[in-house]
Design a protein around this ligand. Structure first.
Ligand SMILES: *Cc1c(COP(=O)(O)O)cnc(C)c1O
Length: 385
């Protein structure tokens, strides 16, 4: 063999970092069946339980009209009518222009790499999602990473570096995917104004969960008009697949012309866009589910704090992601196995997804779970581990 991949894989195994795929045989509400056994699924981002409720019998009619595969990119002939309906609906809800992308990964990579380049600078939180990092790398802009949520460090960087560049872009998530904590968007908006920077906020884990209509943490904080580039996805709380950006009109037009991950990829199947439209409409009115999810998260955080592990995120943040940091990879793997025996599906999150020595169990909640579902898990993590 020209390259010895087997050895590389063995190294990963030795470090407890080898990943393997498993097969989900069936899903029912927040439960999945794996190798014949049912588990409560704490590794899904389907926060409102919408994915299993998509009314396929209704949506399937779109296939008769438009076919399944869209056959081409949006600019060629794939721009079927459901895109227009979905983007108009998003624009009406957010009060700005909207553009739908194939996925969150494609949106982040394409938007950042087309908006900034060699004369520009990016400031990003240390823990932003891989897709944002790849967009930054691809852009050719200089970038600086500030310690997670340390906005004073960001302010210092802006003061030192901003003036040496043409455009400046600040990149963050509103609810962090691996730490589950909330970002101080108010301070970020002040900073971006003082330093004439653009602000990109990835709301992948906040859409459907925060804000009166589930439009994200920016809505909750009354900042929708202040976020220059807001990224949302349909694949998490909205139960479908795909992503969108909310931004000003000129940037929308610019992205259609310049974002390579928009231009050079086949458009989403119409029936998938129809499912996104359905998920969005549902989520907007699911206020009581949002409230319930928040209460469930607060209670879980409070109870788990009685145990030996570090629970990330503010106690009353209501974030649906509750990370239990246990440290070493082996410990995380062993605890996940213990929980599996109790009927919980929790994938341990290890490096390189998170920093070394901070392996964790990332508990992801759904409004369809009850406290009774979670009580044995709490008991195990607090007392028996
Ligand atoms: C999941 C996620 C993405 C990617 O979205 P997909 O639609 O799954 O490709 C981007 N950013 C963040 C913060 C995410 O959690």
């Amino acid at each position: 063999m020209i390259i010895d991949l087997a050895k590389e894989l063995e190294k990963l195994s030795a470090k407890g970092e080898r990943r393997r795929l498993f097969e989900v045989e069936e899903r029912q509400g927040p439960r999945i069946r794996v190798k014949g056994r049912w588990y409560l699924n704490l590794s899904s981002n389907d926060y409102l339980g919408l994915a299993a409720k998509v009314p396929w019998d209704e949506l399937w009619r779109e296939i008769e009209v438009l076919g399944f595969g869209s056959g081409a990119s949006r600019l060629m002939s794939g721009n079927h009518r459901l895109y227009g309906i979905l983007e108009e609906r998003l624009a009406a809800l957010y009060g700005r222009s909207a553009l739908v992308f194939g996925s969150g990964f494609l949106a982040n990579v394409g938007i950042i790499s087309s908006l900034v380049g060699r004369k520009d600078v990016i400031f990003a939180d240390k823990l932003v999602h891989a897709s944002l990092i790849d967009g930054m790398r691809l852009s050719g802009a200089d970038f600086f990473r500030y310690p997670h949520q340390d906005l004073e460090a960001l302010a210092r960087l802006l003061l030192q570096k901003r003036n040496h560049y043409r455009r400046a872009l600040i990149v963050t998530e509103s609810v962090f995917s691996m730490d589950g904590d909330l970002t101080d968007l108010r301070t970020l908006v002040e900073l971006k104004k003082s330093y004439e920077a653009l602000l990109l906020v990835d709301e992948a884990h906040a859409i459907g969960v925060f804000g009166d209509q589930g439009l994200g943490l920016s809505e909750e904080l009354g900042l929708l008009k202040e976020i220059d580039i807001l990224i949302g996805t349909f694949g998490k709380a909205l139960g479908s697949y795909g992503a969108f950006v909310i931004t000003f009109k000129e940037l929308r037009e610019y992205l259609i012309n310049r974002a390579r991950s928009f231009i050079f990829t086949t458009a989403l199947p119409a029936v998938v866009v129809a499912a996104s439209l359905w998920g969005l409409s549902k989520a907007v009115s699911m206020k009581s589910e949002r409230r319930y999810l928040r209460e469930l998260s607060k209670r879980l955080r409070k109870e788990l704090k009685k145990g030996p592990f570090t629970i990330l995120g503010e106690l009353d943040s209501g974030s649906p992601i509750v990370p239990v940091v246990v440290g070493e990879n082996e410990k995380a793997l062993a605890l996940a196995e213990g929980l599996k025996a109790l009927g919980y599906w929790v994938t341990p999150v290890r490096p390189p997804t998170v920093p070394r020595g901070t392996a964790r169990l990332r508990l992801s909640l759904s409004a369809e779970m009850t406290w009774d579902d979670l009580a044995p898990l709490v008991n195990y993590l607090v007392n028996e581990s």
